[in-house]
Design a binder for this molecule. Structure first.
Ligand code: AMP
Ligand code: MG
Length: 356
């Protein structure tokens, strides 16, 4: 499917305006009619279609080049809609929805038969989220249907945190983009499987393991594929999280993660430059003074003391490193405490190699 033109509705600073914003009304109507529309959420930009319309859902997979066995998250604007999608709502799911919705938390629950297999990739469960972004919520309301929406990037690329990222990846491939300025957290939602005895994190994200434990109790939260003695194992393929087996979030130049001090990074820069490679380095602001002069390009990830900021800027920084002449991108690694878990998860999925 290609479009002569991808319509852009500029609804920046929507907060506080009335829900009758014409751009949102029109975009909602287009979703209702079976089109795919990109829109901002508090995590990243999503690519939305009517979750009850198979042909519309198929357009999402086509536009992104997404493998059909990677299921989609269904977005709702009212907790009551959960019962329209779930055959039953486990107690765990109810507790988490009460605490964290609207917000960056996706709940996996048993699906109602009526929920399309196109959305769930044939699974017996469905992923549901209520976003906490005024534009996303208003759009779902206007569309009057649950909205299936993965991130609005070409499959494999870093997720979009600005409308310009969406344009770069999907211009001419989708009907429209609601431009509402940069998204908030910058990393995708935490995906939690609520179908078992305890909550299993299938993908770390905006809501941390620690936050989930505060609500459910310490022994009630597990991380799928996680082994305490091998913290790098967080992206291990798990049959429960079908999407995580694919390479994700990746810039075009090879990305190497370096677990080490500044000296290790400096040595690696020299080694690459000796081979004739131009090197982009992604590192924290505190390492700028020592690394900036050695690298061909230095991109500051932000201060080590503000992991939330680093998360919010990460995809933009990966794309920025990609826009340079760099033949190779080196990136330093983080501890997996708090939001560091989601940051490391995304970096590991994006990387070609992790040198420890
Ligand atoms: P994205 O839409 O790109 O943010 O990715 C959605 C993530 O949710 C992927 O990792 C999917 O594998 C995961 N997901 C969606 N639906 C399900 C489900 N029913 N069971 C398990 N994981 C799911
Ligand atoms: Mg995605």
């Amino acid at each position: 499917m290609s479009y002569k033109q991808t319509t852009v509705w500029d609804v920046d600073n929507f907060e506080g305006k009335s829900f009758s914003e014409p751009g949102i009304k029109e975009a909602g109507l287009w979703i209702k009619r079976g089109e795919v529309i990109a829109f901002p959420t508090e995590t990243v930009y999503g690519l939305g279609a009517d979750a009850t319309n198979d042909a519309a859902v198929e357009k999402i997979f086509e536009a992104k080049g997404r493998p059909g066995d990677n299921p989609l998250i269904v977005h709702i604007d009212d907790q009551k809609q959960l019962t329209e999608l779930a055959s039953s709502v486990p107690h765990l799911a109810r507790q988490l929805a009460d605490c964290f919705w609207p917000g960056p938390l996706t709940l996996i629950v048993p699906k109602k038969e009526a929920v399309s297999e196109k959305v769930t990739a044939g699974l017996s469960t469905v992923a549901v989220r209520m976003p906490d972004h005024p534009i996303a919520r208003a759009l779902i309301k206007e569309a009057e249907v649950p909205v299936a929406a993965p991130s609005a990037n070409r499959s494999g690329r870093p997720s979009p945190t600005k409308a310009e990222h969406v344009k770069h990846d999907l211009n001419g491939r989708i009907a429209g983009i609601v431009d509402g300025g940069p998204s908030g957290y910058g990393l995708e939602s935490t995906v939690v499987d609520c179908t078992g005895e305890k909550a299993w994190i299938l993908r770390p994200g905006g809501i941390t393991k620690e936050q989930l434990e505060d609500v459910l109790g310490k022994n009630q939260v597990g991380i799928s594929g996680w082994e305490e003695e091998n913290q790098a194992n967080i992206t291990t393929e798990s049959p429960k999280a079908p999407g995580m087996k694919y390479r994700h979030y990746a810039p075009e130049a090879p990305l190497i993660l370096l677990n080490g001090n500044k000296k290790v990074i400096l040595n690696r820069i020299k080694q690459e430059q000796n081979k004739g490679n131009k090197v982009a380095v992604l590192a924290v602001e505190e390492h700028k003074r020592d690394l900036e002069h050695a690298a061909d390009t230095f991109v500051s990830l932000g201060s080590i003391n503000n992991l939330e900021y680093i998360a919010a800027q990460l995809y933009d920084n990966l794309r920025q490193a990609d826009r340079t002449e760099a033949d190779i991108i080196l990136c330093e690694t983080f501890s997996t405490k708090g939001v560091g878990l989601a940051i490391m998860n995304r970096l590991e999925k994006a990387a070609d190699a992790y040198e420890k």
